[in-house]
Design a protein around this ligand. Structure first.
Ligand code: MOS
Length: 765
């Protein structure tokens, strides 16, 4: 934080035009392919069953793996008997800590436990110690999946059980048990928020609770591994391709060139598909068995060994003066983060950016429990933080007799409420006004329980969402422009279903002055130029920055090749643009030469350049933050308490929308996940045993088609002058604000204020 603060201060003195994004990207104005409603390029392969995911790759001599998980929480393996499993039909290998290769170390990055790509800093099957319930203790490899599954049931393991920390309540420092607060983070203290709250004209001060959540991507975590001599190939379902490859290299003491990760398509990631034990185990097993290995985690295994979203207990207090201006915002609380996990579930992040207030007290405390390392899940932090904040703001509006939108608009910040930085672009007000009009907010009755349809009470609610802009450093790209008029862009980026290649194809067409059909975008392969993981809703902005750098490099190279005999001779890179399949002078468009002509004269079939995106300084100098207004109408049965959501609308302010079709899909997907957060999803954790009790889709309820109402999404589409293409990320913001909008609609329908998720029928009856 001190480092970021210093960078901010220094950048504050730098004239804006000197920064990347300092001059607005010319493509914000000059859009052709960008902004078109294009279908995903990978769509036809997916709907026709041609698409090959990590577990679909055919391979001669493939063997199949199953994992065995610890049923105890803390302790040590005292006896391990695998003879019966080894003798079972079809078994090739049983691997435990006895014969698992000793692994190298992946260095920590930036003082966090995010070990290169890893979600856990714990060793993988390196010894008899058990750290959490569900930890992998053995792997069985067999000729068929069924043989492996059966043999796994024959392994006998005895454990010495030690006492374990499994109670959220007891881990809190104000409980009578020994305190296990690990650390506090991102403390913000402006003014005296407690004092301001005490003397506020209006106030709310509540505790909000959210449960743990588990990852349930449609595609299970899966990897197919084959060694060829001393090189290893992983077909992997990962949202961190380059980092997975380099972590495997370090763990197995290989050079980077000896590891290749292919992950052209991922069936949903949501933060859960980075680097976990299964990739390491599969690589080790394939080595020991000298056979290709396929390891598909069962749904149960995903729950046991892939972390989810931490539960939280949050205090949110908001005080306002007689005019409804906030004088105090307090957001504190607890979530879990064991020392070996990497995700701090930053639920106070949104609170730092959404409202202005005379005073703030924001602090996050972390509890250390013996659980599977918690991890990133779509909008980690904001998804549950906005539930608490926006529930409280709705309550305050009700106490004041004010429309909740009006209260929010009175507290719209003109600059970032904490850092004081200028917003690069910020139109929450417009998002609210547009959304309210389209949704028909004026039909809402302010008095709870005023609308009824037979046994159903009908309510409307709204809430704010938000997500910061992130552009990652270290994005490398290669552009190959060919004399036949086509161009290939290569980067080890990831495609998890959001339309990465589709949107960058649209982008590259406009950036290079080529038709969309001439562009191919190659991704999903660690052998391509290195890119960061897809995370933090950053990939599109990050790749776009690299495409810009690549186009600049290409321009310079083409000008050099054009030489002195060209109509564009003597022009410099800043004086031309790539357009109409060639280079043209910005001042005098008649000075133009086509790529084909330049390459023909230079006797070149292709021109290839590599480049890296500029450092993302814009995000340190400006407050770059997307926002949303979420609206919900639902009905609650008087008889059963059942909640049926009738319709939802999301109104987003996220900069330029690059492709309305893929964007709408992202927003709706996020909102549907928000519906699960609001109404159905809950990891049931047995604090006596430290064990997850509902490790299946039968018992952990994600919304099904019949649970999902009509969802409408709109956006301001106002470009952000500081980002590539004027765009900010859209992958995560959709889930934020939804749970509060639902809870606020439930209050409007019934007069019952639900402050703990999920909102099940017992809580509203
Ligand atoms: Mo996201 S939780 O950064 O994949």
């Amino acid at each position: 934080n001190a480092v970021i603060g210093t960078v901010r201060t220094v950048l504050g003195w730098v004239p804006s035009q000197w920064l990347p994004g300092g001059t607005p990207d010319p493509l914000i104005e000059r859009r052709a392919a960008i902004g078109q409603q294009a279908s995903r390029l990978d769509g036809p392969a997916k709907v026709s069953g041609q698409a090959r995911f990590a577990a679909d790759v055919a391979m001669a001599g493939l063997s199949y793996a199953t994992l065995v998980h610890s049923p105890i929480t803390r302790g040590r393996i005292t006896k391990l008997e695998s003879g019966a499993a080894e003798a079972a039909p079809g078994v090739i290998l049983v691997m435990t800590y006895h014969n698992m290769p000793r692994l190298g170390i992946v260095p920590m990055i930036g003082g966090t436990n995010l070990s290169a790509a890893g979600n856990s800093a714990l060793p993988t099957m390196q010894g008899p110690d058990i750290w959490y319930n569900g930890q992998v203790v053995a792997m069985v490899l067999a000729e068929t999946q069924e043989q492996a599954d059966y043999a796994a049931s024959l392994i006998e393991i005895d454990y010495r059980e030690d006492s374990a920390k499994t109670s959220f309540e007891n881990a809190k420092p104000d409980s009578r048990a020994p305190a296990s607060v690990l650390f506090e983070k991102n403390h913000v203290s402006i003014g005296n928020a407690e004092q301001e709250l005490n003397r506020a004209a209006f106030k709310v001060d509540n505790i909000y609770r959210t449960p743990g959540h588990n990852h349930n991507a449609i595609e299970l975590h899966a990897v197919t591994v084959a060694w060829d001599g001393d090189t290893v190939l992983l077909h992997d379902a990962t949202q961190a391709i380059s980092a997975t490859a380099s972590a495997i290299a370090k763990l197995f003491n290989l050079k980077n060139e000896q590891v290749r990760v292919l992950s052209p398509l991922v069936g949903g990631g949501f933060g859960g598909k980075a680097f976990w034990d299964h990739q390491i185990i599969a690589v080790a097993a394939a080595k020991l068995a000298a056979r290709p290995v396929r390891l598909i985690l069962s749904r149960d295994s995903v729950y046991r060994m892939i972390g989810g979203r931490s539960p939280s207990e949050q205090r949110v207090a908001v005080g306002a003066d007689a005019e409804g201006k906030f004088t105090s915002i307090i957001h504190t609380g607890y979530s879990i983060m064991p020392p070996y996990a990497a995700c701090p579930e930053p639920y106070t992040l949104g609170t730092r950016a959404i409202y202005k207030s005379k005073s703030f007290e924001i602090i996050q405390r972390y509890l250390d429990l013996d659980i599977v390392p918690n991890t990133f899940m779509r909008a980690p932090g904001e998804a549950i933080g906005t539930f608490a904040l926006e529930n409280a703001v709705d309550e305050l509006a009700h106490e004041m007799g004010l429309d909740p939108i009006e209260l929010r608009l009175r507290n719209e910040p003109e600059k970032h409420p904490i850092s004081g930085a200028t917003f690069s672009q910020h139109a929450t007000r417009q998002a609210y006004l547009d959304g309210a009009e389209r949704f028909g907010w004026e039909q809402r009755e302010a008095r709870p329980g005023a609308r009824r349809d037979g046994e159903w009470r009908i309510g409307m609610g709204c809430a704010s969402g938000g997500f910061p802009y992130v552009r990652m450093p270290g994005v490398n790209i290669r552009i190959e422009l060919r004399r036949d008029g086509s161009a290939k862009i290569s980067c080890s980026a990831q495609e998890m279903g959001m339309g990465t290649a589709t949107v960058q194809t649209q982008h590259a067409a406009d950036r290079l002055g080529l038709p969309v059909e001439a562009i191919s975008f190659e991704l999903g392969d660690s052998a391509l130029p290195v890119a960061p993981m897809a995370g933090g809703s950053s990939q599109t902005a990050s790749l776009s920055g690299a495409v810009i750098a690549g186009a600049e490099r290409l321009t310079i190279e083409l000008l050099r090749l054009a030489g002195n005999d060209s109509p564009i001779a003597g022009l410099r890179a800043g004086e031309v643009q790539l357009a109409k399949e060639g280079i043209a002078s910005l001042d005098d468009p008649s000075r133009y030469e086509s790529f084909r002509s330049i390459m023909a004269r230079a006797s070149r079939d292709e021109v290839t350049v590599t480049a890296s995106g500029s450092p993302p300084l814009e995000m340190f100098k400006f407050a770059m933050h997307s926002s949303s207004a979420i609206f919900c109408q639902l009905r609650v049965s008087d008889v059963t308490g059942e909640i049926r959501v009738d319709r939802m609308l999301g109104s987003f302010d996220c900069g330029t929308i690059l492709n309305p079709k893929t964007a709408a899909s992202q927003f709706k997907g996020g909102m549907i996940m928000g519906l699960g957060l609001a109404l159905t999803e809950e990891t049931l954790f047995d604090e006596r045993s430290g064990r997850i009790m509902n490790a299946s889709l039968a018992d952990y309820h994600v919304p099904s088609h019949l649970d999902v109402p009509e969802i409408d999404v709109i956006w301001t589409g106002i470009p952000d002058p500081r980002s590539p293409l004027g765009a900010r990320g859209i992958g995560e913001i959709g889930i934020t604000g939804v749970a509060a909008a639902v809870a606020n609609a439930v209050f409007n329908a019934t007069g019952t204020r639900v402050r703990d998720l999920p909102i099940t029928l017992d809580k509203v009856l």
